[in-house]
Design a protein around this ligand. Structure first.
Ligand code: 13P
Length: 258
């Protein structure tokens, strides 16, 4: 089964609207000579306040080469939930994907496995695609509980999802110690963990579902690392933080995944 590669840029809490437009246009400009069918699925995830502006820039260009994601959502449809955005609102703003369970949200904002599961259900029920993040801390890695921890995160995140829903979902393996540190996880080790995640999906569902789901690596991905990462058997792409904030480095990563 051939899985289409995905390169997603998580802008985190960066970029004002004018800067978001500039970056969005810059990425599309950098990809203008590439055949759409040859490109990986290219996704950008601006902050809530820049979604409208980025979506407008994407629509004005009309090339359809870059898609929009949100960095978070709430699982309820509407109501008295001050400060939150529903999936329907994000879909209305042009999002096709939503990142959930990022380690920064788990650490600073108390996102639990149960919330990740509720968000995944709400996202899929609205026809969008969740990008479900998982990953171990340095302490967990050193204690030898990486696989156990990640299997548990994935099993809980996918609870009660159908195999059709899981097959179209995206998982991002992001070891916490590799995020924003410049210390990229060794490609062979990242591939081993990602293959382990695929095996968990196979155990929960079946071989077809495990073959279909795209599993990305994230954590200090750079233009210099992407080729080796993409050459691995089970790594289907990258969730990029810092290097997604500049046209040059992000477009090089996209091209490196072709
Ligand atoms: P960096 O690429 O900056 O390490 O961030 C990775 C990440 O957290 C993407 O979601």
């Amino acid at each position: 089964m051939s899985r289409r590669p995905v390169i997603a840029g998580n802008w985190k809490m960066h970029k004002l609207q004018s800067e978001a437009i500039e970056l969005t246009n810059g990425i599309m400009q950098a990809l203008k000579d590439e055949e759409k069918s040859a490109l990986p699925e290219v996704i950008i995830a601006p902050t809530f306040t820049s979604l409208y502006a980025a979506n407008k820039a994407l629509k004005d260009c009309g090339c359809g080469k870059v898609r929009l994601a949100a960095q978070n959502c709430y699982f309820e449809t509407q109501g008295a939930f001050t400060g939150e955005c529903s999936v329907e609102m994000l879909k209305d703003a042009g999002c096709e994907y939503i990142i959930i369970g990022h380690s920064e949200r788990r650490e600073y904002f108390g996102e639990t496995d149960e919330m990740v599961n509720k968000k995944a259900k709400a996202i899929l029920a609205n026809g969008l695609i969740p990008i479900i993040c998982c990953g171990e801390s340095l302490e967990q890695r050193e204690a030898g509980v990486t696989d156990y921890h990640i299997s548990s995160q994935i099993t809980k995140a996918l609870r009660e999802l159908t195999k059709e829903q899981v097959a179209k979902s995206i998982i991002a393996y992001e070891p916490i110690w590799a995020i924003g540190t410049g210390k990229t996880c060794d490609s062979v080790e990242a591939n081993r963990v990602i293959a382990m995640i695929r095996n968990v999906v196979k155990g929960l569902y079946d071989a077809n579902t495990a073959d279909s789901i795209r599993i990305l690596y994230g954590g200090s991905v750079k233009p210099e690392t992407i080729k080796e990462q993409m050459a691995q058997s089970d790594i289907d792409g990258a969730l990029v933080g810092g290097a997604s904030l500049k046209v040059e480095s992000f477009s090089q990563i996209v091209k490196g995944a072709m």
